[in-house]
Write a new protein. Structure first.
Length: 434
């Protein structure tokens, strides 16, 4: 009973139901935060104060989204993104599955080889929407491909964001007196990547039927449509994109990278001085809502922390675990709820590791199985969560013409095909590893 009345459980259920009933995501998260505060013993005014105080936790991400949106609009209006879209079309032709897997393949590079995270989506995807329309490609399959690329590499590969993810797991295990190396972690976390690959294949098959879309105006793509050759403005825009990429890697800051890209485009004339307001307005229209969702999500996570509901949920779960199977299932279920609530896989690891390590040892799990349970428990919920950048990012590109619903076309498909497969893969993997 204590588990069912936990603020995380109650508020995540409320948020999910409201989103599925098509309440605006921003308001659904606000209501969930108030519910979490009320069930956690906080007054409404105190809850709102805590929520507002915690919004700064995602301020860098929100600023990044606005600047990236502006950069995407500027690059889109140069025509270079449209040319890139035509090149991709020539490679895959009209083969839907080939298109989906190519998008997933390209997306994977955003987490390791070129760690730009979601930055490529508002630039690359909007010009491809017309191509998808003509192929009658169900955008839900593309949403799954993008989320796969944003998530599977860091879950399973020790490079880029994956190295950061696995380093956090290693540090937390060492802090709890279990000596492991990155190679120990990567040797089992491939199970998570394989589970997601199964989900990607299943989603591609499931959404293979034709789906009709209208050719509507696309934000940031209303100028120079139809260009087939690189011109001066295209090269200037490309220089801005390269500058953004290099600056981001050098300063390790997405906002700085985006600002450098915009400054290069402004200096070279790719963005006209008297058109700057239009570019910023377009960026806010494309990414502003998502930026605010991330801000409110950080406030919601702060409310959950203030109610100490995360620790209470983990402790309440330990009281009902008595077998390996029940342990694996409940550990992953709690991880799913926590990550959907606080919105970060990376931040979930320290929360669950201190409890899961001694619990796993007590149940007789070996170190490899414990690594897998911690890793997948943290990764669960990132796909399918209305407030995760793994879902908000794909929606930002696929909804550039207003025909892609964030909840039903991104969150629900990614939850079904990735969280479910990860959960099943985690339980089976942990039982086999022992």
């Amino acid at each position: 009973m204590e588990i069912l009345t936990n603020p995380i459980v109650v508020s995540v259920i409320v948020m999910s139901v409201l989103c599925l009933l098509k309440m605006n995501v921003l308001f659904a998260i606000l209501v969930a935060a108030i519910v979490a505060g009320s069930t956690g013993g906080l007054a409404i005014d105190k809850t709102v104060s805590i929520l507002i105080g915690g919004m700064g936790g995602n301020s860098e991400t929100a600023l990044s989204y606005i600047l990236l949106g502006t950069l995407a609009v500027a690059i889109g209006r140069s025509g270079v993104a449209d040319i890139a879209a035509r090149k991709i079309t020539k490679v895959v032709g009209t083969k839907k599955a080939a298109f989906v897997f190519l998008i997933a393949f390209v997306s994977c590079f955003s987490q390791n080889l070129i760690p730009v995270h979601i930055a490529f989506i508002p630039i690359l995807i909007p010009p491809l929407l017309v191509v998808m329309n003509h192929m009658k490609l169900d955008r839900r399959a593309v949403a799954c491909a993008l989320t796969f690329g944003l998530k599977a590499p860091y879950v399973s590969l020790p490079v880029g964001f994956g190295l950061l993810f696995m380093t956090i797991i290693k540090d937390q295990m060492v802090a709890n007196n279990v000596q492991v190396s990155i190679s120990d972690i990567s040797s089992v976390m491939w199970i998570g990547g394989a589970s997601m690959l199964v989900g990607l294949i299943l989603s591609t098959i499931f959404y293979s039927r034709d789906r009709e879309y209208k050719d509507l105006p696309i934000m940031g793509q209303d100028e120079k449509a139809g260009e087939t050759e690189m011109n001066a403005d295209c090269w200037k825009a490309l220089a801005g994109a390269v500058a953004a990429f290099v600056a981001q890697l050098y300063f390790k800051s997405l906002p700085i990278g985006a600002m450098c890209g915009l400054l290069v485009m402004l200096a070279t004339g790719a963005i006209k001085w008297n058109k700057m307001d239009d570019m910023v307005d377009g960026g806010v229209k494309m990414m502003g809502f998502i930026a605010f969702v991330m801000l409110v999500a950080a406030g919601y996570a702060n409310v959950l922390r203030e109610t100490h509901s995360v620790e209470a949920l983990v402790m309440a779960t330990t009281a009902v675990i008595n077998t390996k199977l029940s342990g694996a299932i409940l550990m992953l279920a709690v991880g799913l709820l926590i990550t959907m609530g606080i919105g970060t896989s990376f931040g979930t690891i320290p929360v669950v590791a201190s409890i899961y390590i001694p619990m796993g040892l007590k149940l007789g799990f070996g170190i490899p199985a414990i690594i897998l349970l911690i890793g997948i428990a943290a990764a669960l919920g990132d796909a399918g969560s209305p407030a995760s950048d793994s879902t908000l990012g794909p929606t930002s590109g696929l909804n550039a013409d207003g025909q892609h619903n964030h909840i039903w076309d991104t969150c629900v498909p990614t939850f079904i095909f990735f969280d479910v497969t990860l959960f099943i893969g985690g339980v089976i993997g942990a039982m086999i590893l022992g």
